[in-house]
Design a protein around this ligand. Structure first.
Ligand code: FES
Ligand SMILES: [Fe+2]
Length: 421
């Protein structure tokens, strides 16, 4: 049976066909539904504990169109506030990050402590008693802020599943990344911020699209093959897994060096010895099987709707939000084990810059491919279908199949199709 022209999804197992209407990438009405039914209803990644390590540390970040202050109080507690003044609404904190004792609004100079309490209001004597009660002039806390092993998420609804329940099947894969450190993972350097002209869901797909790797990134593979000893002799093979709740992952063998913990000849003997020692410690902590999985396989994980953890030749986190149906802003971060030696850190950061970074071999090519998709949607004036059928009828979908994308799209469709509350 063919899907009706108004349908957004054509999910037909009998025919082995899975398609998404291109309208999903171009229609402002769909974007408004996404804001209400997805971004306002899901746990969204905010930041990592290492970014606000000391009391008084803060950073500001835009999460699904809302400006947030993420801070650690003098009491050590982590809080998140909407970055808007209770007086007339001005952005209270204009810095990207810093350390301080209070936030002072630029406009009329109201000041708030790190717990969000109003602590100074010029001309305070002119305000009535009613304005001093119930914290009406304090900063507004984000309804829910929860963390899993140092990863902080916000939720804009006061009620609903807790973070751990929401992450569900993805927890195992998050653990495989975070367990790479014997102490804690940390964000290295700051935020990489960039944007490009394509719908945000194209980057959801692309982030774990094993089908595009070889053709899109041919220049990367040509380059590494031209540097003797940069790869190990393994074919890229692996599986795609639907983890529930719209989360999904691909896990596959790594042909490149992984600081945790697979060496390549070009890294030299000293690095090989160090990688062997790191791997031996993984075996001691987790047993041979899990250690092997952590050391020699990659994971590209999507936490619905838009938090990506790529654990490949280095580890990257990223989030991306729509500014318009055909525009997105991306924030990305590099992660590393805190205790990593300078030599391993250097190899990791080189790997990161070479492939994953905004100027690396991968990111510009991916942005170009996705912008070309978006441009292509104009040809049919927002009509037509994208095909995501690869491997539909397989019981064991492979890394270069599209089962992981179908998991995302089914959850997306379920949410945008629900009647607005
Ligand atoms: S808007 Fe912030 S003090 Fe007036
Ligand atoms: Fe890519």
């Amino acid at each position: 049976m063919t899907a009706s022209p108004s349908a957004l999804l054509d999910d037909d197992r009998a025919r082995g066909v899975f398609r998404v209407a291109r309208r999903a990438f171009t229609d402002p009405v769909i974007l408004a539904r996404e804001r209400a039914a997805i971004f306002d209803q899901c746990w969204l990644y905010l930041g990592h504990e290492s970014e606000i390590e000391k009391p008084g540390d803060y950073l500001t970040r835009k999460v699904a169109g809302r400006d947030i202050i993420f801070t650690r109080g003098k009491d050590g507690a982590v809080r998140a506030f909407f970055n808007t003044c209770p007086h007339r609404g001005a952005l209270v904190c204009r810095e990207a990050a810093g350390n301080g004792a209070m936030f002072r609004c630029f406009y009329h100079s109201w000041a708030f402590d790190l717990e969000g309490k109003l602590v100074n209001r010029p001309g305070d004597e002119a305000y009535g008693e009613g304005t001093r009660k119930g914290g009406m002039h304090d900063l507004v806390r984000v309804p829910r802020l929860e963390q899993y092993r140092g990863l902080y998420f916000v939720h804009y609804q006061a009620a609903g599943d807790d973070l751990k329940t929401y992450l569900g099947g993805a927890l195992e894969y998050i653990d495989l990344v975070l367990d790479q450190s014997e102490t804690a993972m940390e964000i290295v350097g700051g935020t990489q911020a960039y944007g490009f002209d394509a719908n945000w869901k194209l980057l959801c797909e692309n982030s774990f699209d094993g089908y595009h790797g070889l053709p899109t990134h041919v220049s990367y593979f040509d380059y590494v093959k031209s540097k003797p000893g940069s790869l190990v002799e393994v074919a890229i093979k692996g599986r795609a897994f639907d983890l529930g709740n719209g989360h999904a992952v691909v896990q596959y063998t790594a042909p490149w060096g992984r600081p945790v913990a697979q060496t390549v000849p070009a890294w030299g003997e000293e690095a090989a010895r160090e990688v062997a020692a790191i791997k031996a410690r993984l075996v001691a902590r987790f047993g041979a099987e899990r250690a092997e999985r952590m050391a020699t396989t990659n994971r590209n994980l999507l936490i619905f709707p838009n938090f990506v953890i790529n654990d490949i030749m280095a580890v990257t986190f990223r989030t991306f939000y729509p500014q318009a149906p055909d525009k997105q802003e991306v924030n990305a971060w590099a992660l590393a084990p805190r205790e990593e030696s300078p030599a391993m850190r250097e190899l990791r950061l080189f790997n990161f810059l070479e492939f994953l970074g905004p100027g690396g071999f991968a990111t510009p090519d991916d942005c170009e491919a996705l912008a070309l998709c978006q441009r292509g949607y104009g040809s049919l004036a927002g009509a037509g279908w994208n095909d995501i059928s690869k491997g539909y009828l397989s019981d064991e979908p492979q890394v270069d199949d599209e089962a992981q994308m179908r998991a995302f799209w089914r959850e997306w469709h379920r949410r945008v199709s629900e009647q607005p509350a």
